[in-house]
Design a protein around this ligand. Structure first.
Ligand SMILES: [Zn+2]
Length: 328
């Protein structure tokens, strides 16, 4: 082992064997056994960045963020080159999970991203202007793809109203992985990545309600969504905004309507199989407006009835609501 000089260090065959075996075990969910092998591999090749990268990855899978940060820092210390290195991205995720903001900033910068506000290095990254993206909640379970606003490279604030079955809420902040699984394209041109959630980063205090609306026209429905948004909360017409996609389609490139720039419909709810050659229903398909709508509302209990009553009062002949129920 030369400390100086240009000799590229190649890992031994036993390092490769232990590492390959560890990733097979990770695939089977046997994290403890994989951890023992990857620790042994790191003992064999402590000067190899990959040894620590792999350990950091394992700790990320286990959501053991202290260990992920420690292993990740050893990995990046041994890198030849920082920009574009996934090692730094994973350090950024671990630092974000731990709210270690100086390290998170350092990680994104080392990766090659601009992080505004150098004078406030202790504060969480903001103003990175990463725009909208979709995030797949509970990717291992009953997955649901929702829209949100990217706060930084590892966090999204959820701006769709997740369905009751998800057990999740509007306004949650989600920690997500760096490599997208799927994208959503728009007719206007831009496409948006679909990231996989790693874990809930911050819960939302705002409950979800379901209500049945009678809305004579699309404009009546839009008026409720606008009223809720103006009050600082949200309403979402699930009857038109949710579509079912199989996992394969969800993880591929799918068209999506462009909403108001912040909130892009539809969001996707997983279903087991692909429905034959005609494919999945697209949002807004079927041109006939159906007045009865199943609508999600994210608003405090003290506000939700007043919001609905106000909506009806603005146009009593074309609007009605019933069966309001708190669902999450
Ligand atoms: Zn499909």
């Amino acid at each position: 082992m030369k400390i100086f000089g240009k000799v590229r260090h190649r890992p031994s065959a036993s390092w490769r064997q232990a590492t390959d075996r560890a990733f097979t075990l990770i695939g089977d969910g046997r994290y403890d056994d994989a951890g023992a092998l990857l620790t042994r591999a790191a003992d064999m090749e402590p000067w190899l960045s990959e040894s620590w990268f792999n350990l950091a990855l394992l700790h990320k899978f286990r959501h053991d963020w202290e260990q992920a940060r420690a292993a990740g820092l050893r990995a990046v210390a041994l890198l030849d080159r920082s920009p574009g290195a996934p090692d730094w991205w994973n350090v950024g995720i671990a630092a974000t999970a731990l709210q270690d903001w100086p390290l998170a900033r350092r990680a994104w910068q080392a990766y090659g991203l601009k992080v505004p506000g150098g004078g406030v290095a202790q504060s969480e990254p903001s103003g990175m202007a990463l725009g909208s993206a979709a995030v797949r909640l509970s990717p291992e379970g009953e997955a649901e793809v929702v829209w949100g606003r990217r706060l930084d490279p590892a966090r999204i604030e959820v701006l769709s109203i997740p369905l009751p079955s998800s057990g999740r809420r509007w306004g949650e902040v989600v920690l997500h992985d760096g490599v997208p699984h799927g994208e959503r394209t728009t007719a206007a041109g831009p496409s948006y990545p679909v990231f996989d959630e790693i874990e809930l980063w911050a819960p939302s205090p705002v409950p979800t309600w379901v209500v049945l609306l009678e809305a004579a026209t699309e404009a009546d429905r839009d008026a409720l969504e606008r009223l809720a948004a103006d009050a600082g909360f949200a309403a979402e017409d699930w009857s038109s905004s949710v579509r079912l996609l199989c996992r394969t389609c969800s993880e591929s490139s799918m068209p999506s309507d462009e909403g108001d720039g912040e909130h892009l419909d539809p969001h996707d709810h997983s279903e087991p199989g692909h429905p034959g050659p005609l494919g999945h229903r697209t949002a807004g398909s079927g041109s006939l407006w159906v007045p009865e709508r199943e609508c999600g509302i994210a608003a405090p209990a003290a506000l939700v009835r007043g919001l609905l009553d106000g909506w009806v009062a603005d146009s009593p002949d074309t609007r009605e609501w019933r069966d309001l129920e708190e669902v999450c």
